[in-house]
Design a protein around this ligand. Structure first.
Ligand SMILES: [Zn+2]
Ligand SMILES: [Zn+2]
Length: 461
């Protein structure tokens, strides 16, 4: 059978990586918010066409307690919400590993899947032994001195149970293993960070700013399972299920899902447009607080071939935030891939799903993506089409036939333009900012060289 899974999400406690400062008297309020979040998730996922989603932050005690109370086990290791069983849940979290590589500390996010609640308790004991502040942070840091220590700790977690799965998250972003981190250090081979644990990693998350076409540039990923997840930090419609993976499984239970991942039984992934992802191009955004010197009109972004020498920002003279596109090209060259984007056959099938909410936001000229009017339109369209992903699986004629006479012509036209590939992003995503969708124009992300500054800048190379 086919199941669509989104194996990376977060709870109401994730926020960022800051200490949460939760007071005991807010426990009841949090419980209410948590249950509401699960209920909203349960309703939203069918609109996207997703059957199962990760709980996020499953080791964070306040969240674990809410999950235990709200969820009922359906098939082994797969849960649903009491009184409402549209969407299945799986116990999942994301941890932040840091390791000293040279003189800098490299951060790498890793997703973990757990088959049952008791194992989460055992996992917490390990975290306590390592001094991890898992009571204070929903997405805690596991601080390591070296890549060997990262490996030691991943081995220790995986040794707790053969069914725990570790999945490096958004591998090309600055917070992923291959992304460039502080001091622009580069990890060019998986073993540079994961050392001896590399052999126990079967599955890798592409992240929003990359897809199988970009990752086909990297030889080391050729035989690995590549999956896509939303990494949603809220239950908003434009965040949840914006990427997911369709697996072929024998049963809809935890072990079958993990086996399908390990054996690469990915039928296809549904991909967010990489160019819209927050770390697609290399650059520095306007108004960035660190390192300063970027006023509201001072920004720059570049395709790999136009990145200034030594990756230095022409405005503030500090290292640029290296984009996913640049990292894919660099790693491809280091691993002697001699591969050219678009000329490699992606290892797996995938479809690109330009977010319907973004299309509506563009046509109706409503910037706030959580606006009621946008959500109402979204619901109307999906009531005629079915889940959002169907829009990208039907032909243009089929979409037109289903929506004609029911939905405003301007909206149908915009959807058809996007389906025909007549769209771009301006700007593309860079330095933590999402790209902005423009319909009716084409762009070329391979040839971008933009520097805007209120002060004179040195000419870029
Ligand atoms: Zn992450
Ligand atoms: Zn700068």
């Amino acid at each position: 059978m086919e199941v669509a899974v989104d194996l990376h999400a977060h709870s109401i406690f994730a926020g960022g990586t800051q200490s949460l400062g939760i007071k005991p008297e807010t426990k009841l309020i949090n419980r209410k918010k948590g249950i509401l979040h699960l209920a909203k998730t349960n309703q939203t996922m069918p609109l996207k066409g997703v059957d199962l989603i990760g709980t996020g932050d499953c080791q964070f005690t306040m969240w674990t307690d809410i999950l235990k109370e709200a969820l009922i086990e359906d098939m082994k290791g797969v849960f649903f919400l009491q009184n409402n069983n549209q969407t299945r849940f799986i116990l999942q979290t994301e941890m932040i590993f840091t390791a000293k590589i040279g003189e800098y500390s490299k951060e790498t996010h890793v997703i973990f899947l757990f088959p049952n609640f008791p194992l989460i308790e055992t996992f917490r004991v390990l975290l306590d032994q390592w001094g991890v502040k898992h009571h204070k942070m929903a997405r805690p840091f596991i601080t390591c001195q070296s890549s060997d220590q990262v490996a030691e700790r991943i081995h220790a977690i995986l040794d707790l149970d053969p069914w725990i799965e570790a999945i490096p998250a958004h591998i090309m972003t600055p917070q992923g293993v291959f992304g460039s981190g502080k001091g622009n250090i580069r990890i060019n081979y998986l073993s540079d960070f994961f050392a001896s644990a590399t052999s126990r990693l079967h599955v890798f998350e592409t992240g929003l700013s990359a897809d199988p076409e970009f990752l086909a540039l990297i030889p080391e990923l050729d035989d690995r399972t590549l999956i896509s997840n939303s990494d949603a930090h809220s239950s908003a419609l434009h965040r949840m299920g914006r990427e997911f993976t369709v697996l072929s499984v024998s049963k809809f239970d935890y072990q079958s899902i993990v086996l399908a991942l390990r054996n690469n039984q990915v039928l296809y992934t549904v991909e967010f447009p990489p160019e819209e992802g927050r770390f697609f191009l290399t650059g520095h955004r306007a108004g960035r607080k660190r390192p300063g010197l970027h006023g509201d009109n001072d920004y720059c972004y570049f395709s790999p071939q136009h990145v200034p020498l030594d990756d230095i920002c022409p405005i503030c003279k500090k290292p640029l935030t290296i984009g996913v596109f640049q990292r894919c090209v660099e790693i491809s060259n280091t691993q002697k891939g001699k591969r050219v984007l678009g000329e490699e056959k992606p290892p797996k099938k995938f479809i690109r799903m330009v977010p319907l909410i973004d299309i509506l936001s563009h046509v109706l000229n409503i910037r706030t993506k959580t606006a009621k009017s946008l959500i109402n339109q979204y619901r109307r369209i999906t009531s005629y089409i079915g889940p959002e992903r169907i829009l990208w699986q039907l032909t243009s004629e089929e979409v037109e036939a289903k929506l004609h006479g029911q939905i405003e012509t301007s909206i149908i036209e915009a959807i058809l333009q996007v389906k025909a590939g007549n769209f771009t992003f301006h700007p593309y995503g860079f330095d933590g900012v999402y790209g902005t969708l423009i319909i009716g124009q084409k762009g070329n992300y391979k040839n971008v060289n933009v520097t805007r500054s209120s002060k004179p800048v040195q000419k870029t190379l």
